[in-house]
Design a protein around this ligand. Structure first.
Ligand SMILES: [Zn+2]
Length: 464
């Protein structure tokens, strides 16, 4: 099966073999560089703050200029810029050289956050002679997948330096935290009942800093980690507060007979962020088109925040663009009406061992192209025109696509598409590459799908 043969595929009969490819096809079509770059991006992004730092670094390498939201902007035709809000959401845009008609905005959006455990403000808990760190559950994490893994901390810390507050990022290089399970001999029902944890009493993480006894100790340890990563010499007393994620120290890996699958944590949704970013960086905005990339924090907890997709961030950037491009209110509204947004968030690949959870006529196959998500109740923003638009884009990019819909008797998930589009009034399609084990600490997707989505996004930004 060649890539061109796949155009528009949405076969209803699933066979596991179809999710994999012949070794001949693999050798000729798997994009090694793309997956290597994806791997580097995710491994370097153990928290949403790191993900945005990575995105900014890639944008800098391509000549993008950072704009400060709290200062006036100077923009030029043909210029390339980005804005960061709250250090974990970012909007980048490239302006066309020519703007002599009503411009349109070509926007793609994804989210930078992933479900995880987060360290509490007074985290230290002593149990007998062992130290534990108290954690909150961020988003819909499958807690059991954190058990017996090599965990560590990464995030941002707000410190006071010379009377000013600064945010510094850090990540541990070695595993220091663990959620040990109870032996099956003491939990005989575990295979029948599932691996369950009481969220208040059973998920505090065993910490290898055995001498931790209180918050002050914890801050001293944190100061060491911060100073190491930032070449600073801050005392523990400089630490005011923190947002710290717990992450899996295991790096990403390719697997499968022909390495056609890729496993890592946070594929939802850093894989989409990376595909969008790659397509965005690949293109220069054509005349009368403004290319915009929006990566938002807080999707996993509903997107309602000052920097989330259901907040004002993207609209604020568009308004400032409007002023700088000297678009009248009337022209700006006309621009929004002719604009399009692609919201990308991973989707659920069919799992033959759990077939009863899937809609029989819409089984998503890994490595068969991005899925277009549809829901009559607008849990996804897609509608007939936006679905048709994305299908046409896929055909132009010579990329297969699939149609995704939930079982009618199963509650449908949602994503940032309906929220961002209702803020802006822009026609939107929700899409996402199929993956297994969503919200597990070790998720899996298809290598070819990542390449496909990147290609569609490139075509979109080229004016498709
Ligand atoms: Zn997601």
């Amino acid at each position: 099966m060649t890539e061109s043969d796949l155009g528009g595929v949405n076969e209803n009969t699933y066979s596991y073999q179809q999710a994999t490819m012949s070794s001949h096809q693999q050798k000729s079509s798997i994009p090694n560089d793309t997956i290597k770059q994806l791997d580097q991006f995710i491994n370097a992004s153990p928290s949403p703050w790191h993900a945005v730092e990575q995105a900014a670094s890639l944008l800098n390498q391509q000549g993008y200029t950072r704009l400060d939201e709290s200062s006036g902007w100077q923009l030029q035709h043909g210029g390339k810029y980005y804005v960061i809000r709250g250090e974990s959401s970012i909007v980048a845009f490239s302006l066309p050289s020519q703007l002599d008609q009503i411009p349109r905005f070509n926007i793609s959006a994804a989210h930078t956050d992933s479900p995880c455990l987060r360290i509490k403000p007074n985290p230290v808990i002593r149990k007998d002679d062992l130290s534990f760190l108290g954690v909150e559950v961020y988003g819909g994490l499958m807690i059991a997948t954190c058990a017996d893994r090599d965990l560590a901390m990464a995030g941002r810390v707000t410190v006071e330096q010379n009377g000013d507050l600064h945010n510094l990022l850090f990540r541990q290089s070695d595993a220091s935290l663990r959620l040990p399970t109870l032996a099956i001999h003491l939990n005989r029902e575990v295979n029948e009942q599932g691996l369950r944890f009481d969220k208040q009493t059973e998920i505090p993480l065993l910490c290898t800093q055995a001498d931790l006894s209180d918050t002050l100790n914890f801050k001293s340890w944190l100061a060491e980690l911060l100073n190491k990563d930032n070449q600073t010499s801050l005392p523990a007393s400089a630490i005011e507060s923190w947002d710290i994620c717990v992450f899996d120290t295991q790096q990403g890996s390719r697997w499968g007979k022909s390495q056609e699958f890729y496993a890592n944590s946070q594929l939802d949704n850093l894989a989409s962020c990376h595909a969008l970013l790659s397509g965005f960086l690949d293109t220069q905005a054509p005349d009368n088109q403004i290319n915009i990339l929006a990566l938002f924090d807080h999707e996993e907890i509903g997107s309602q925040s000052f920097k989330g997709a259901d907040g004002p961030f993207l609209g604020d950037v568009l308004q400032r663009l409007r002023e700088h491009l000297k678009l009248s209110e009337d022209t700006y509204r006309a621009s929004l009406a002719k604009s399009k947004m692609i919201s990308a968030d991973m989707s659920h690949a069919y799992h033959p061992s759990h077939s009863k959870f899937y809609e029989p006529e819409h089984k998503l196959k890994v490595n068969h192209g991005p899925a277009i998500k549809i829901n009559a109740n607008q849990r996804y923003a897609s509608d007939a025109p936006s679905v048709a638009f994305f299908q046409q884009l896929c055909k132009k990019a010579n990329v297969p696509y699939q149609l995704a819909i939930h079982r009618t008797d199963l509650a449908c998930g949602s994503t940032l598409g309906p929220l961002a589009s209702s803020q802006l009034g822009i026609l939107t399609v929700d899409v996402g590459n199929p993956m297994w084990s969503m919200h597990s600490l070790r998720e899996s997707c298809g290598t070819l799908d990542h390449h496909y989505l990147t290609r569609v996004i490139t075509t979109f930004y080229q004016g498709g």
